[in-house]
Design a protein around this ligand. Structure first.
Ligand SMILES: Nc1ncnc2c1ncn2[C@@H]1O[C@H](COP(=O)(O)OP(=O)(O)O)[C@@H](O)[C@H]1O
Ligand SMILES: [Mg+2]
Length: 512
């Protein structure tokens, strides 16, 4: 009895923020759930980031959901990576059932269903409003990562970007990149950059082109284009509620490098474009990465240090980032060290690997007078978690096993018809659905080539006039070469721009 009062006293004093907060649930002591021992997460500390971890089926995704719901209520917009497409139900009020009612009763918070404003996005455009980015904004480092380029190839890509920038050519989509690469790796273009940017070997340009084609063949090139996504559209509010932006990647789950890099570039843009706000009373935006292990899988050193840096710096822009993974060990140590708020669901200890992960996790918790950490971690039930967050002063709170409140929106995905209707009726659909083709690098290069070609022809005609021997040259004129390339492209069924032809030509050459 005494122990219980002490517990309530300790938990309430540790988890009572001065400002707005999210109610996560109440403390568990022994087998008893103690409603008055409320466990709260201060909004003020959400830009100190967080980790939600635990074995499959222990309740991680629903924890994300209940936090997102309460952020929405507090007018804080949210961005969530919806890996399996099962968060769209946030739009609809949840169906009451005995389990949810009981959970509410135990916590002395009756279950009140509610739906939330949701925007549905997709990188392919198949599962929502297309979220595009231009290659210029994406940058050479990120692009090198998705193309899986080696150092030399990355160097060439970086030079290409520099050239485009110096010459005010927008790199919007792969057509731009391919034409520029082709132009600069041969003839006049190669001549032009030789001194300032170096020479591009035909094998390097051939490899880069092939890798681009690889991405295109997987149907992923649509991510790069215009209109590109304006990050300001992540900050919408509807009737005073923050909008929950869901990026559905269920159709490209097997492309972790593509979507993780895209997300990182989104964070990067937020960081670069948002004003400095210091430590606001509540976050401007909270990012949730469900299944975050996909983000770090096979990541290069450069990529990881990029993540580390962005996470470190984005705090002062009022953006909080929460990762959700099976084990804390999925997150690189330098990133993990920056995650101030921790919600650890149950861990299994079946295999030696599990046992090791458990040992590692236990080590990261402070001592508790109420729990044996290793035992609690393996005994937590579904929708329960071991929690420690940062209090108002940035000091870690008392560790507490918590029975979590249920989400109020549906835990099922929306049915297909409602889903499509929601996508179609969004204002953002009108803004982003129609692909535009602005004047960018491919057009500029095409003009350059046309200019170069006619210059050469003029020079050749001059030359022929002077030479009057009548002997036929076996050298192809530029015009003939251009015509042949054009014919080849038309034959391949791609007639867009003459420059696409040149890339096709280069690739064809490699194969032969
Ligand atoms: N806070 C909660 N309130 C009510 N039910 C929950 C809660 N957390 C988890 N559950 C139940 O457990 C199931 C699995 O949770 P989920 O979040 O999908 O697990 P994970 O993401 O860890 O694999 C949910 O479908 C739900 O029925
Ligand atoms: Mg999950």
């Amino acid at each position: 009895m005494e122990n219980k009062e002490l517990f309530i006293e300790k938990i309430t004093s540790s988890y009572k923020p001065k400002g707005a907060f999210i109610y996560l649930g109440s403390g568990i002591l022994g087998k008893e759930i103690i409603a008055p021992a409320q466990v709260n997460l201060a909004l003020k500390m959400m830009n100190r980031h967080g980790l939600i971890a635990g074995a499959t089926g222990t309740g991680k995704t629903r924890t994300l959901q209940l936090i997102a719901e309460q952020l929405s209520d507090e007018a804080v917009p949210v961005f969530m990576l919806d890996v399996k497409g099962d968060l769209s139900g946030l739009y609809e009020a949840g169906q009451s059932n005995p389990a949810l009612i009981e959970r509410g009763e135990i916590l002395e918070r009756p279950f009140v269903p509610a739906g939330f404003p949701v925007e549905l996005f997709s990188l392919t455009g198949d599962k929502g409003i297309p979220m595009r980015i231009t290659l210029s904004d994406f940058g050479p480092i990120m692009l090198a990562r998705i193309l899986e380029l080696n150092e030399t190839q990355t160097g060439v890509l970086t030079a290409l970007y520099k050239y485009a920038d110096d010459n005010k050519m927008a790199l919007v989509n792969f057509a731009d990149l391919k034409s520029l690469l082709s132009y600069l790796s041969q003839g006049k273009g190669a001549e032009e950059i030789k001194n300032d940017y170096g020479k591009i070997s035909s094998s390097t340009s051939g490899t880069i082109l092939r890798k681009i084609v690889g991405i295109e063949q997987q149907g992923l090139s649509t991510v790069f284009g215009e209109p590109s996504f304006d990050i300001n559209d992540l900050f919408q509010k509807v009737d005073g509620k923050g909008v929950i932006n869901l990026l559905n990647i269920s159709d490209i789950q097997n492309q972790p490098i593509l979507f993780s890099t895209f997300l990182l570039s989104l964070l990067d843009q937020l960081f670069r474009k948002l004003p400095e706000v210091g430590n606001p009373d509540k976050p401007n935006l909270v990012f949730f990465f469900d299944e975050a292990h996909l983000l770090f899988k096979d990541a290069s050193k450069t990529f990881l240090s990029h993540v580390d840096q962005i996470i470190r710096l984005i705090r002062s822009k009022g953006v909080g980032v929460f990762f959700c993974t099976q084990a804390a060990t999925d997150v690189p140590a330098n990133v993990l060290g920056q995650l101030g708020n921790r919600i650890q669901h149950a861990l299994r200890a079946f295999t030696p690997n599990d046992a090791e992960a458990l040992r590692q996790t236990v080590k990261t918790y402070p001592r508790s007078e109420f729990y044996e950490i290793d035992q609690v971690l393996t005994q937590l039930g579904t929708g329960q978690a071991l929690i420690t967050v940062l209090n108002d002063k940035g000091i870690p709170t008392e560790v507490v096993a918590t029975h979590l409140i249920p989400p109020r929106a549906s835990m099922e995905p929306l049915n297909e018809a409602t889903y499509q209707q929601l996508v179609k009726s969004s204002d953002l659909s009108r803004k982003y659905s129609e692909l535009v083709d602005n004047h960018s690098a491919s057009e500029i290069v095409a003009e350059k080539v046309k200019q170069d070609t006619s210059d050469t022809i003029r020079a050749e005609q001059q030359h022929d006039k002077v030479k009057t021997t009548g002997r036929t040259s076996n050298r192809q004129t530029s015009m003939e070469a251009a015509q042949k390339t054009l014919i080849r492209t038309l034959a391949a069924g791609a007639g867009r721009v003459i420059l696409t032809a040149i890339s096709a030509f280069l690739i064809g050459k490699k194969k032969r």
